[in-house]
Ligand binder design. Structure first.
Ligand code: SF4
Ligand code: SF4
Length: 633
């Protein structure tokens, strides 16, 4: 493989050369070995989503054209949607695992057991008020009450409507969800309900399974994502715009480099707090390094850089999950601390070759051959962070003596840290200037780019960058989230200079507000935050229904199971939702019709699948223009 079939980013392409030279197993070769690409040698049934091995009668293959069903009698549509729902259960449960860790951390912080403080008492009280939780008494008391409330809601029975969804979702959506019987109960019950429905001979009807997926998506967005992100804001600060160094050039081999990796920022923040202390810098210097740095990585890094400013210790951000092997092969890493997702099973091979410590810091994560681990516990966060830093310092000499690092890798600055609050601040305290720009046509609309990165169809981030450039060229403001946000930052689209790629209206707005055309809005978990922002926009426009807003959800390179439930939630929210690569449902004609056409008459949402970036944005713009017409703007 070569050029942009590897990656959009020069840095990753450079380290790929080293990976090849060193004969390392790598994602690009493994991809080719699967027979993916053109011509595609994969099983056509699997690609079309019509293969099932859930029970001992299988594996079965369905063929809608020949009316060939599974042994149990399930049709192609049911088979494809059932597998999609199972993916969604995985996505929801992983999002929710993170949320429960956040609630544990907030509770322990309020009980003065962690090294953290409640940084945003104002947000805590506002959020508590929205949820109907009493705000009397001390900040710590309010925090504990909020944790109790959230946990009670997570555990609410299936037939008891979620109070969190009731408090946070727009009225128009709640009415629709009730009508469709997809207003959820507590998320634990919802996960049980969805999983049990997927058992052999339980629910084989694609329409019913699709509605169950949406119901789970609604529970996940409000109970897991919004609660998680808002409580992390309470603990670590609301994201506010600031500059951040990005790309592989943030790795300097002469420093002890510690990389928290995954999605949970807790130990990462604890390590930054310690590493900023002179005594820890001295320990690193005593080991022969120039100092000690914590480098933000993948989505744990994204959670961190949105909230905390960079300095000489919290130095910068590397990139998204496909950057991982390049990061590890740079010869600059001393410790890779792996929390709940996005650490690849191949990592031990890299740890052995490039001499770094690979430490799972979540009970979820395990690697073949790795026995050291520290399972995160909020009350032990400081002690655990200190152990990790010490391991990294002890590793420095070994690494430096045996590994030749890759140097001169590129680095740039991105503006990160946009949130609903900071967008309001940038606009002078109200959404009016943004809405004004949409109404007068300066901006045609807004796209929420929630995406991963994948090698299907293109190299890492190539299609995401094409789609984003095409969107801003047509005066569509982009809010980016997830690993796709890392793509935007490293590719320079979150930098003010990127206004040159924007259409005249958006460019003028960027100059007036001093913002980039792509606003770095966080991680894939911030999908819920985006839904909350859209609800505020809808209210500010006088209660415009979600499907009629001049907005779209955009996932140019979705990859894993968290992304599939984000897309399903976007449909439940009533959004036009662009996804790529083509999902594995194409062998299910009725399901395809439901997702891409009929859903419009159910929730107002619609899935658009298109592999060409220009045509994809043609579709998005056509939807936005149609809605503008409907709104008379
Ligand atoms: S659940 Fe049905 S389709 Fe799946 S393996 Fe069993 S018999 Fe085959
Ligand atoms: S779901 Fe996608 S964006 Fe989110 S962490 Fe996983 S790969 Fe990254």
């Amino acid at each position: 493989m070569e050029g942009d079939r590897i990656s959009q980013h020069e840095s990753v392409r450079t380290v790929y050369e080293r990976i090849k030279k060193d004969g390392m197993d790598n994602i690009w070769d493994r991809y080719e070995a699967q027979g993916l690409g053109a011509p595609d040698k994969r099983c056509p049934f699997c690609q079309a989503g019509v293969r099932c091995d859930l029970c001992s009668n299988g594996p079965c293959r369905a063929d809608a054209a020949k009316d060939k069903k599974g042994v149990c009698g399930i049709k192609a549509d049911g088979m494809a949607m059932r597998m999609m729902l199972l993916r969604n259960v995985m996505g929801a449960s992983t999002y929710h695992y993170h949320t429960e860790q956040t609630i544990k951390t907030l509770r322990a912080t309020a009980e003065k057991k962690t090294p953290f403080q409640i940084k945003e008492p104002g947000k805590l009280k506002d959020f508590a008020k929205r949820l109907g939780v009493s705000t009397t008494g001390s900040v710590d008391k309010v925090a504990i009450r909020l944790c109790d409330f959230a946990e009670a809601d997570f555990n609410r029975k299936l037939d008891e409507p979620s109070k969190i969804v009731e408090a946070l979702a727009p009225k128009e959506r709640k009415e629709l969800w009730r009508k469709l019987d997809i207003f959820p109960g507590g998320i634990h019950g919802e996960m049980m309900f969805a999983t049990s429905s997927c058992l052999t001979n339980v629910d084989g009807y694609y329409q019913s399974l699709a509605l169950k997926a949406m119901r789970l998506g609604v529970a996940m967005a409000y109970q897991s994502q919004i609660v998680n992100e808002y409580c992390q804001d309470v603990l670590y600060g609301i994201p506010r715009p600031h500059k951040m160094r990005v790309d592989l050039g943030v790795l300097d081999p002469d420093y002890v480099n510690v990389l928290p990796n995954g999605h949970e920022p807790f130990l990462g923040f604890a390590m930054v707090q310690l590493a900023r202390q002179p005594e820890w810098q001295k320990k690193a210097k005593d080991a022969g390094a120039k100092g000690l740095r914590v480098i933000a990585n993948i989505e744990t890094g994204q959670e961190m850089i949105q909230r905390w400013e960079m300095d000489s210790t919290f130095y910068g951000f590397t990139g998204n999950w496909i950057t991982q092997e390049a990061v590890l092969a740079s010869g600059c890493v001393d410790l890779f601390a792996c929390d709940m997702n996005c650490s690849m099973p191949i990592d031990p091979v890299y740890a052995q070759r490039y001499k770094f410590k690979l430490i799972p810091v979540s009970e979820l994560v395990a690697f073949e051959g790795i026995t050291d681990r520290i399972n995160y516990e909020p009350a032990k966060a400081e002690e655990q962070a200190a152990r990790l830093l010490q391991m990294a310092i002890d590793n420095f000499k070994v690494r430096r003596a045996s590994i030749e690092p890759v140097s001169q890798l590129p680095m740039r600055e991105a503006v990160v840290g946009f949130s609903t609050e900071s967008i309001l601040e940038a606009l002078g305290g109200s959404l009016a200037p943004l809405l004004g720009a949409i109404k007068d046509g300066t901006l045609r609309g807004v796209a929420g780019l929630v995406s991963c990165t994948t090698l299907r169809d293109h190299g890492q981030d190539v299609h995401s960058v094409r789609v984003a450039k095409e969107l801003i060229k047509r005066d569509i403001l982009v809010l980016s989230m997830g690993c796709g946000n890392g793509a935007m930052q490293v590719a320079g689209l979150c930098s003010p200079e990127a206004k040159e790629f924007a259409g005249p209206g958006l460019k003028g707005l960027c100059e007036k507000l001093n913002i980039p055309p792509v606003l770095s809005y966080g991680t894939c978990t911030d999908t819920g935050r985006l839904a909350d922002l859209l609800a505020a926009v809808s209210a500010a426009l006088g209660g415009v229904p979600m499907p009629d807003l001049p907005v779209a959800a955009v996932a140019p390179e979705y990859m894993e199971q968290k992304a599939t439930i984000d897309a399903i939630f976007a449909l439940a929210l009533g959004l036009y939702t662009y996804v790529n690569p083509v999902p594995t449902v194409t062998g299910a004609p009725n399901l395809v019709k439901l997702l891409t056409q009929d859903c419009k008459n159910v929730t107002g949402g619609l899935l658009n699948v298109e592999t060409d970036a220009v045509k994809a944005v043609d579709g998005i713009l056509a939807h936005i223009e149609a809605n503008r017409k409907k709104l008379g703007i």
